[in-house]
Ligand binder design. Sequence first.
Ligand SMILES: Cc1ncc(C[n+]2csc(CCOP(=O)(O)OP(=O)(O)O)c2C)c(N)n1
Ligand SMILES: [Mg+2]
Length: 566
Amino acid sequence: MGKVSDFIVKYLQAQGVEHVFELAGGMIVPLLDSARTAGLPLVSMHHEQAAGFAAEGMARVTGVPGVAFATSGPGATNLLTAIGSCYFDSTPAVFITGSVARNEMKGDRSVRQLGFQETDIVAMAKPVTKSAFRLMDGEDVKQALDVAFSTARSGRPGPVLIDIPIDVQTTEMGSDNEAVEVDVARQAVRPHEIALALSALGRATRPLVLVGGGCAGKDYVRMALECLNVPVVNSLMGTDVLGWDHPLRYGLIGSYGNRWANHAIAECDYLLVLGSRLDIRQTGTDVKGFADRVIFQVDADANEMNQRITGVNTICADVSEFCRLLVDASFPHSALRWTNHLDEMRAKWPDIAELKDIKGINPNVFMRLLGTRADRVAADFVIDVGQHQMWAAQSLRFSTGARFLTSGGMGAMGFALPAAIGAAFASPDPVVVIAGDGGFQLNLQELQTIVHHKLPVKMVVLNNHAHGMVRQFQDAYFGGRRQSTVDGYSAPYFPDIAMAYGIHNANWINRVEEVDDGLDRLFETKGPALLQVDIDVNTNVYPKLAFGRPITDMEPDVKPTWMEGT
Ligand SMILES: Cc1ncc(C[n+]2csc(CCOP(=O)(O)OP(=O)(O)O)c2C)c(N)n1
Ligand SMILES: [Mg+2]
């Protein structure tokens, strides 16, 4: 029958796991060895956080739970940021950590450690997982994996952590444990809920749909939206539900939302929220305006509804299932006056004209050009955290079907490069990384993984020589004292770094006239390439919701009344 570690690997293969991301360590050597024997490809990363993000990137593209292995102690703790990212952004993943042998565990002894690197990762991971547990008996391995995979995928997806002592991994298994397909419980949709949502829509003259992360990568959602024929706005996590040019798409709402999209949400008389939790970054703090319209919210997680915005008609269901039924039940809605009005607002306030007196390359304009260029090679996008993320969400032009992956709830700098590695293993098409000079330095070491596997990752580093988003915050609320964002902070010349790793297609631009050429060079070779794009340090992201005010009041025209809490 073999060892527990052999069984685990076979089980992963049966689940459709095609790659496991890891960084070696003594306590996971049995798993690495079994994977090698069974032909399950391992991707050796250079930081466990990066292994976790790569697993997340892969899961978001494939829908199959991402898997990463890490050793005990620092290996396991290094995973935590990525585990949290999967938790907040509802990404299915199974993290497996190795730990010290059972006879080296401190148990109830009042010492800090007994075994070398002994660390209670289960307790640490509990608040950022759907389930975290230690497998103490090899005979329970099948049950443990069944629980892990069904928990990760069912309801609102998320991460699970299993910690396995090394001597459990090497236990010879007595009974025959056949790996089977795991059943995933999906919440049913009650037909009368759809009927209610549709009849209220029938009465609306200014209807709107808000799509969020719960819709990303789900084909039924797009089909349902097209059946409804209602204008659609998105949260950051729902950016890629419809392509930029899709006739129903009216852009990003929220803190850095497109101006017309925030007006659309303020003015609508009916709002159907699909897979979005209406958090503070989407609605602002002043939510009084949300009281006077009909809201239906569909979400897999009942706890997320009727929280900050109340009086919502809630439908606790799998969004994809809801949309599948909607396709059969709905009929196209017509609201020509309303869509004309939205079109007029969009024409009046173009995203590429928000930044006045710009010196050098306008990042909103750049995002449009980058998207158009990347579309020709059917690229997906993985975006880091900062100003560049918001410029991308406001202005990146891409087709329906392209993915826009970013770290939403955790907002983890350093996400993009490793998550792009996961996305690159999941699909043959190129992956475009959009990162800032700050965040790119958090997982820079993964350039080696990209080179090692010759991955078609196209890296765009928007270099404003600053932790720009925090710099903008300091300028707004701390008298422009740019401590640790500009003062005391620096970034290297990234093309030289790329070259040192063996990425020879590495270029730099800082003038408007160089943009086309720079983009051509980025895509002219098949393999990895880097383009550093210098942006003036003082460039802000606008419009920006004026904190404490209604969603339509946006900086720089209106000043905030509160300091933002996020
Ligand atoms: C791991 C982590 N540390 C700190 C932060 C706080 N933070 C948010 S945006 C940002 C600045 C990012 O700088 P950069 O990557 O250069 O992007 P820019 O805003 O300049 O486009 C910082 C420090 C964070 N989100 N994540
Ligand atoms: Mg920066």
